[in-house]
Design a binder for this molecule. Structure first.
Ligand SMILES: [Zn+2]
Length: 350
């Protein structure tokens, strides 16, 4: 009798520990910088009235203002999304008293997750930096590169090599990062099975999509997801369509559309992965709208739109939050952007 109960206990505990391992969900966080409803609508009407965001299971709206300004910048809103606190425009990873706050990427890393960042700006730009930097100024790029080198992020893909090996202090951080393999092509990125990889896609800012930026975001995501999956650990992946914002600062609809179409393909790749891998959550949102863009004319038959802008800066409108997969229902409703962090944390720590 005693033996039997010990066996049952062992059996139950082995099931329990198995469950624990498989239950930790993968998180794919996608940020379209400057991507409001108007930007999503532009690519939708230009794509036969279809956006992959229609596959989303839940949709919410998020309030984007910063601590000191109704109109946020990408550092303050990045910090709200990454770490759940409102801070001042220009500040990364610090709260209102300039105390460092832990980002959802760092929380997942410390729970044994694999972590990765893919962006179409430099890797030290405000949005990605909000996930690993604690800096009073988003423009201290050399310092932010140093912080990235110590962050333990497994894979990072983006521009900005110059902040690592062409620095004011003459250090070569790439040489210092002995645990990392650095690659310079998609083929090398795909073929290495290293646990820590840096892939610089440009010396400085990557070029605009319509001028031929490669590799494409969706290809990068597909390769990165296969890599992450191969380690049999949960992962946190941050993806930013960085230049949606730059196109809208330029009030340039052609530039905008090329960036949005690439971002749409990236959403499709992430949703496809989450459809096959049920313990994966995808959240797609923006840090703010840019340009005060509105579609004032166009044609559904011809898939064209005409946009007018009310600003060449950010605006304070709420932005959409789309979610798909594991616990996606958490993201329905109207809430502050800091709550996106709260919800992700609750899901990871469940
Ligand atoms: Zn901007």
């Amino acid at each position: 009798m005693l033996k039997k109960s010990i066996l049952i206990t062992l059996f139950l505990s082995s099931i329990y520990s198995c469950d624990q391992q498989t239950e930790s969900p993968n998180i794919i966080m996608m940020i379209g910088d400057g991507m409001g409803i108007s930007q999503v609508s532009t690519s939708m009407y230009s794509s036969d009235n279809y956006t992959p965001l229609e596959r989303s299971e839940f949709v919410g709206l998020s309030k984007t203002h910063s601590l000191d300004d109704l109109v946020t910048d990408s550092a303050a809103s990045g910090t709200a999304l990454s770490s759940g606190v409102k801070t001042y425009n220009g500040v990364l990873g610090l709260d209102k008293d300039y105390n460092p706050v832990k980002s959802i990427l760092e929380i997942s890393r410390d729970k044994g997750y694999m972590t990765a960042i893919i962006v179409t700006s430099t890797i030290v730009h405000a949005t990605p930096a909000a996930y690993f930097s604690k800096s009073k100024s988003r423009y201290e790029y050399d310092n932010i590169a140093d912080e990235l080198s110590k962050s333990g992020i497994n894979f990072f893909v983006g521009g900005g090599e110059r902040y690592f090996n062409d620095r004011d202090d003459k250090r070569d951080i790439i040489n210092e990062m002995v645990d990392y393999e650095f690659v310079n092509s998609m083929e090398n990125y795909r073929n290495t099975d290293s646990k820590n990889i840096g892939f610089f896609t440009a010396y400085d800012d990557p070029i605009e999509k319509y001028l031929g930026r490669e590799p494409s975001l969706d290809d990068l995501i597909e390769v990165t997801l296969q890599k992450l999956k191969s380690f049999n650990k949960p992962f946190f992946l941050l993806i930013e369509g960085s230049q949606i914002d730059w196109a809208e600062h330029d009030n340039d609809p052609e530039y905008l559309l090329s960036e949005m179409l690439e971002f749409d393909a990236a959403v499709e790749s992430s949703y496809n992965f989450a459809e096959k891998n049920k313990n994966t959550l995808v959240v797609v949102t923006a840090d703010h709208e840019t340009g005060g863009a509105s579609i004032v004319d166009g044609s559904l038959e011809e898939s064209i739109t005409k946009t007018e802008y009310s600003s060449d800066e950010h605006t304070a409108e709420m932005v959409p939050v789309y979610s798909f997969g594991y616990n996606s229902s958490y993201f329905t409703g109207v809430y502050d952007n800091t709550e996106i962090f709260d919800k992700l944390k609750a899901i990871i720590e469940k």
